[in-house]
Design a protein around this ligand. Structure first.
Ligand SMILES: [Zn+2]
Length: 205
């Protein structure tokens, strides 16, 4: 018994932002729930990958509806002059819920740690450069907004992307801005409310 508690707790520990104590609380929470709840949860998890796919364009996950692009990328009403680069899917959800941004997105897939030594980079920098090349050829893109959290890793990712773009695409005609300080230091984009996001967008620099 103890072993299965430990095993499950270990799996929860891999979740973003979850420590050992919280992981254990999840397990005890599940133990307190009835069979129906556990079945829905188990089914939900096993169906997840079957019904979801990743957008070929922005790398967002979306419910598979037979299309290759997500509903944001394929929406012709979205402003294709502005592309916001964010760390993860949850950031897009947060921005979409607040309805403050009408451009398109690109999911970078992570942040770039300050100490890079020997750390394999798990971010989509090559995909981003490739995408920018393509968009600039079509002359649709006018501005990219770096929408990273105001954390040391977020700040560093901002700098990293600017440097990589300058190196790979020198002399391009493109405004590169970053979300304003409407987000207070340490704020995660994902947890910001509508007013904060709106002011961060208006005060981009
Ligand atoms: Zn997309």
């Amino acid at each position: 018994m103890n072993d299965s508690i430990e095993k499950l707790a270990e799996l929860f520990r891999a979740f973003p932002g979850i420590g050992e104590r919280q992981a254990r609380r999840f397990v005890y929470f599940l133990l307190s729930k009835d069979k129906g709840y556990l079945e829905s949860l188990t089914n939900g998890i096993s169906e997840l990958k079957k019904n979801a796919r990743q957008c070929e364009n922005c790398f967002r996950f979306f419910t598979d509806d037979g299309h290759e692009e997500c509903d944001i990328c394929s929406n012709s009403k979205r402003n294709k002059n502005i592309l916001m680069i964010v760390e993860k899917d949850a950031d897009v959800s947060s921005l979409e819920k607040s309805r403050v941004f009408s451009g398109k997105y690109f999911i970078f897939g992570g942040t770039v740690p300050i100490i890079l030594k020997d750390t394999p980079l798990n971010v989509r920098i090559h995909e981003l450069i490739k995408k920018l090349r393509l968009l600039l050829k079509n002359e649709d893109l006018k501005e990219i907004i770096l929408g990273f959290s105001l954390t040391p890793a977020g700040d560093h990712t901002d700098t990293y992307i600017r440097e990589e773009i300058n190196r790979a695409l020198p002399n391009i005609k493109l405004i590169i801005s970053s979300l304003g300080r409407g987000l207070s230091t340490g704020t995660e984009l994902e947890y910001s409310d509508k007013e904060t996001l709106k002011s961060a967008l208006e005060n981009r620099h």
